[in-house]
Every structure is written in structure tokens, then in C-alpha cells.
Write a protein that binds this ligand. Structure first.
Ligand code: URA
Length: 268
């Protein structure tokens, strides 16, 4: 069970990673932070299993990627910053795929089918994603697939199969987990699927159209932003399919994957 101190450290680490340099605190909070800081100066450094914050270099060899992910999955299941909001449903859906993947794909949040099956991207949008990966010559088990938000956003009692995108508070509450997953996997490249994913990973307010077509960065890892597969399910225009496919071709080139003439010309 994470302590208040661990959660505070994780939240502050996340804010710092997203460019926050100052924040207002009242006298009581300042006093508590000061006590923690003085105690930390005296105490030996914590073991990596006590925090999702970036482990120091000497701690790296102690945990395999699999162990780090197992630990994060356990932490996510009882992730207080998300639970406290009261706007997310109870079932935690973590990630799926290869812990040693070179490519990581990040969506926004699980939907009805993902919550039911306990796996990201298994509903209609996920099936399209699986087909896109196949067109790239990849299987789901070749890549690592996750979401910024680990819980299906709630729409009240009569939600049924309806889904909604996570709001900024929900993305912010969950984003320390995806940041820690990125540090554990250390992929060569990340694809953000949709605007919510880009907001959660890059802290940007810009939409997908403005972010596409360039390499961005998250924790030193190159990031490509593209349309969410569900957007393509709503918009079947060839131009939309081609746009997403061009982003994927760019990802393939970045990873040094061969691109056949047939692949080059899909959706033209
Ligand atoms: N949409 C997402 O963003 N993630 C999923 O896991 C499923 C649908």
C-alpha cells in the first residue's frame, strides 16, 4: 500500500517531469515537506520497489523489466490519485504485449470491452489497431500496448456500453504510471493514439492535426502522435486512413523496418 509520502513524491515527480517548477504550499504542507526532506537526507536511499520514481543507476540491475511491470501493475490496481477522483470506474486495465518491445503504443483509457476483458485495445478500435499492426508486419505480441488512464471513465449508473474520453484530471492522476512504464520498457519509439494520449504524455493542449507529422519527445523517447483508431471507425475517408498510415510508415522507417512498395502505397 503506497504511503502518503510515496504518493506525494510520485505526484511531485510527475509535475516536475511536466515542466512545473513552482507551486504554492501552505505553512503546514511546507513544514511536512521540510521534515521529509531532512529525514531523507539522513536515511539511506530507498530501494526501487518503494517508488515508481526513476531508479538511480546503481539500482537498475536489481529489477528486471518484467519485475518492474509487475510492480507497477500492482501499484496501478490501487492507485489512490485515480481512485480519489471518484470519476473513474473500479476495474484497472493495465497493459499488454512485449516488455522488451521497441515500439510502444499508448491510448487514452479502456472502454467497455477492455474493462470486460481486462486488456487494452480489444474492442472495435483495438481490432482495427491489430489490423494496422498486421499491415506493418507486426503482431500485438511484438509491441507494448498501454493507456494513459488505467480505468474506464465513468458516466454514472446507466453507462451500459457507452464510453467517454478521460478528462484532464483523470489523465494527470494516472500519468505517473505510464511515465514509469516508459522508463521500464525504454522503447525506441512511442505512438500516441489520439489527442488524450498526447495530452497525458506530452502535457500539450494541441490537437492531433497540429501534432502529427513531427517527432516529439517524452522522457527522451521519440514520440509520434496520430489519430485514434476509433476516429477512423467514425471517419472512413481515405484521406484519414492515409494520414494514420503515413504516421505508421514514419514509425517503421524510424525503427529501421523494411517498407515494401505495397505498404508504401496503402490507402493512396
Ligand atoms: N481506446 C483506448 O484509448 N484505449 C483502449 O484500450 C481502448 C480504446
Amino acid at each position: 500500500m503506497p504511503t502518503l509520502k510515496q504518493l506525494t513524491v510520485e505526484t511531485l515527480t510527475h509535475l516536475a517531469e511536466n515542466g512545473c517548477e513552482r507551486m504554492a504550499v501552505d505553512d503546514e504542507a511546507r513544514g511536512i515537506l521540510r521534515q521529509w526532506m531532512l529525514a531523507a537526507r539522513k536515511a539511506p536511499s530507498p530501494r526501487p520497489s518503494q517508488s515508481v520514481a526513476r531508479p538511480g543507476p546503481s539500482e537498475e540491475p536489481e529489477m528486471s523489466v518484467e519485475q518492474k511491470l509487475a510492480y507497477l501493475r500492482q501499484r496501478a490496481a490501487d492507485w489512490k490519485p485515480a481512485r480519489r477522483l471518484g470519476t473513474l470506474r473500479d476495474t484497472m486495465v493495465f497493459a499488454v504485449g512485449n516488455p522488451h518491445a521497441r515500439l510502444m503504443l499508448v491510448g487514452e483509457a479502456p472502454g467497455y470491452e477492455e474493462e470486460r476483458q481486462g486488456e487494452p485495445f480489444v474492442g472495435p478500435a483495438g481490432q482495427l489497431l491489430t489490423r494496422i499492426l498486421a499491415a506493418m508486419g507486426l503482431k500485438r505480441s511484438d509491441v507494448y500496448i498501454s493507456n494513459v488512464c488505467k480505468f474506464r471513465p465513468s458516466m454514472g449508473e446507466n453507462q451500459g456500453t457507452a464510453n467517454r474520453a478521460p478528462n484532464p484530471e483523470e489523465l494527470a492522476a494516472c500519468s505517473p504510471l505510464i511515465m514509469a512504464e516508459i522508463r521500464a520498457i525504454q522503447p525506441e519509439c512511442i505512438v500516441c493514439l489520439g489527442g488524450s494520449s498526447a495530452r497525458g504524455l506530452l502535457g500539450t493542449q494541441q490537437g492531433v492535426s497540429a501534432l502529427r507529422g513531427q517527432w516529439l519527445e517524452c522522457q527522451g523517447v521519440p514520440v509520434r502522435v496520430t489519430y485514434h483508431p476509433s476516429y477512423l471507425l467514425r471517419n472512413e475517408a481515405l484521406s484519414a486512413r492515409r494520414a494514420l498510415w503515413e504516421d505508421m510508415l514514419e514509425v517503421m522507417r524510424r525503427l529501421g523496418m523494411p517498407v515494401s512498395e505495397k505498404q508504401q502505397n496503402y490507402f493512396r
